[in-house]
Ligand binder design. Structure first.
Ligand code: HEC
Length: 194
């Protein structure tokens, strides 16, 4: 394609010529910006951070299914210079972006318009309970709530401790789950970091 600016540039009128130069400049700047955002996709360091903090594997379904724009956005939030000295806020920002991206997908693929995501048949009870009652805060975590992945690495969340945490003092207290649900939830949480 011939960019129309070239035609103006070699045309006879001075005013058009100025316009053409402005066009070309804008074009050049836009190309530079496009180039820069392309270069800023997820780096090895970003992938290590995402694996370490959120248990997201580089070749896992979530990161594999992200589009180039989403990767650029994630890279920008992970490396936001404004938060380089406040990792806790940076982590919360990343968690927020991840959560928004996560809820736009259904079992690893993009959701259709208006689609309500249902878990795949055969999803274990523990994951179902988490999906229904907990992930809005504990999937990627928030400023106050840790992600189940991080809690999983504590290695302490058996059904007794979960029940105690949910019974009182918890933001959502009381959440009452059956003994079987608690047991399966504990199994699910502990499986996340394995
Ligand atoms: C509305 C948000 C929200 C929901 C939904 C939620 N939690 Fe929490 N959870 C929090 C917050 C915030 C904290 C940290 C402060 C607190 O205890 O209130 C927390 C803390 C916890 C803790 C203690 C973690 C620690 O490190 O001490 C456990 C265990 C827990 N939640 C389990 C669950 C389970 C299991 C569910 C689902 C059945 C659930 N939460 C649903 C917000 C939530």
């Amino acid at each position: 394609m011939i960019f129309p600016g070239f035609l103006y540039l070699f045309g006879p009128h001075g005013a058009s010529r100025k316009k053409a130069v402005a066009f070309l400049l804008a074009f050049a700047i836009m190309s530079m910006l496009a180039g820069a955002s392309f270069a800023a996709t997820l780096t090895d360091r970003d992938y290590r951070y995402l694996a370490e903090e959120y248990g997201l594997k580089r070749d896992g379904p979530f990161l594999q299914n992200l589009g180039e724009d989403e990767k650029n956005q994630l890279h920008a939030v992970i490396n936001d210079p404004e938060f380089s000295d406040v990792p806790k806020s940076r982590d919360a920002n990343v968690a927020d972006v991840l959560f928004r991206m996560e809820i736009r997908t259904c079992n690893g693929r993009p959701k259709g318009p208006g689609e309500v995501c249902s878990l795949e048949p055969g999803t274990p009870l523990g994951e179902r309970v988490a999906d229904l009652h907990c992930i809005s805060c504990h999937l990627t975590g928030t400023m106050e709530a840790r992600s189940f992945y991080k809690m999983s690495r504590d290695g302490i969340w058996d059904e007794k401790r979960l029940a105690a945490a949910l019974a009182s003092g918890h933001q959502m207290s009381p959440i009452t789950l059956s003994p079987e649900e608690l047991k399966q939830l504990a199994i699910y949480i502990s499986s996340l970091s394995k």
